[in-house]
Ligand binder design. Structure first.
Ligand SMILES: NC(=O)c1ccc[n+]([C@@H]2O[C@H](COP(=O)([O-])OP(=O)(O)OC[C@H]3O[C@@H](n4cnc5c(N)ncnc54)[C@H](OP(=O)(O)O)[C@@H]3O)[C@@H](O)[C@H]2O)c1
Length: 314
């Protein structure tokens, strides 16, 4: 298993860190159409707000619980962002803050409390947890129906066979972003650089599914494919999901291709994306350096949460 999409610095924090890095709203130096995540997220969240209101009218208060272990300022900040968003949407957001020296049993007890509470519909454990704790082991104890990140193995299995359940947030956000901007995906070739558990692998599964917003010919490349550029250069859509700054340059994409930059590395608060800005001089459309898949990832978190509440309410 890997880090969840929604709890690490690459997602909810993107908003917070992004602005400090500037460049929001531009895809780079070139002419590519800018595939900003914000309007996509706003559309998704408007739908979530409506569904939340409908549930509340039925006497069901959608609830997203959060668990924070330790006193890391950045993690506490990410929790605050999610709680603020939850409040704006009309969600309840019960929270447990465990001390930095909490042990694995303490964490599992906090999870069990939310598992057993019928008023809690979804939960997230803020990632990363302190090094002495095992995040993946904790995730396995989360009730899969309340797994808001969609990263529990049962949910990845549900996705693979098309059963309803929470979807991994960053991949689902990428599909939503492509659909929002009416980028043709069905019948086209999508090359995903990176086969990580958070993005590459689940995204490949999603975009290959038989659905109007997917239905693509998907190719996944990684370190086992040394000539991966051969594949990205022929793709209609390239998704970079690696975490190696600058790995995808303008020479690696076909003129007119659509490029989605999902992979990032942080050096302190500095965000280093996989995609070189000059790719915008070749691509027809591209996510901005900042504010691309980050906002859509967070929106998907709330979409998963409201769907969990709807399922629980019957
Ligand atoms: N924007 C967001 O909202 C968001 C959310 C979540 C994650 N992320 C970011 O997305 C990135 C991917 O995360 P992940 O967890 O899915 O993946 P991951 O587990 O970090 O794996 C990275 C993948 O990239 C491949 N790779 C690494 N170096 C490569 C190279 N030189 N050439 C070709 N392939 C290479 C690896 O290949 P092998 O499998 O062969 O090792 C692996 O498949 C990370 O940067 C993460 O921070 C962003």
């Amino acid at each position: 298993m890997s880090s969840p999409a929604t709890t690490g610095p690459a997602s909810a924090s993107t908003g917070a860190t992004a602005e400090t890095n500037g460049a929001a709203g531009t895809a780079g130096a070139g002419t590519a159409r800018v595939l900003a995540g914000k309007p996509v997220a706003e559309a998704v969240l408007a739908d979530v707000a409506k569904r939340t209101e409908a549930l509340r009218a039925r006497g069901v208060n959608p609830s997203l619980a959060t668990i924070l272990v330790g006193d890391d300022d950045a993690s506490a900040g990410y929790i605050r962002i999610k709680q603020r968003q939850a409040a704006e949407l009309g969600f309840d957001s019960p929270h447990v803050h465990l001390p930095a020296d909490a042990d694995q049993d303490d964490l599992h007890r906090a999870i069990a409390r939310f598992n057993d509470d019928p008023a809690v519909h979804a939960m997230l454990i803020q990632y990363p947890v302190p090094a002495h704790l095992d995040y993946d082991a904790a995730l396995l104890t989360v009730d899969p129906d309340k797994d808001v990140d969609g990263m529990h193995p049962l949910n990845l299995g549900r996705m693979s066979v098309g059963l309803p359940g929470p979807l991994p947030c960053t991949p689902a956000g990428i599909e939503a972003l492509l659909a929002y901007y009416e980028i043709p995906v069905a019948g086209h070739e999508v090359v995903i650089l990176g086969r990580g558990a958070t993005i590459g692998r689940p995204l490949a599964m999603l975009l290959a599914q038989k659905r109007p917003t997917a239905n693509a010919a998907v190719t996944v490349v990684h370190t086992g494919v040394p000539d991966w550029k051969r594949y990205t250069r022929r793709a209609d859509i390239v998704v970079a999901a690696v975490g190696v700054p600058g790995i995808l340059g303008p020479e690696d994409v076909r003129p007119g291709a659509v490029v989605i930059g999902a992979g990032v590395r942080y050096e302190g608060r500095k965000l280093l994306p996989d995609v070189v800005e000059e790719v915008a001089t070749v691509a027809s459309a591209m996510t901005p350096r900042v504010g691309g898949v980050g906002p859509t990832t967070v929106a998907m978190l709330f979409r998963n949460a409201v769907a969990a509440a709807e399922r629980a309410a019957g």
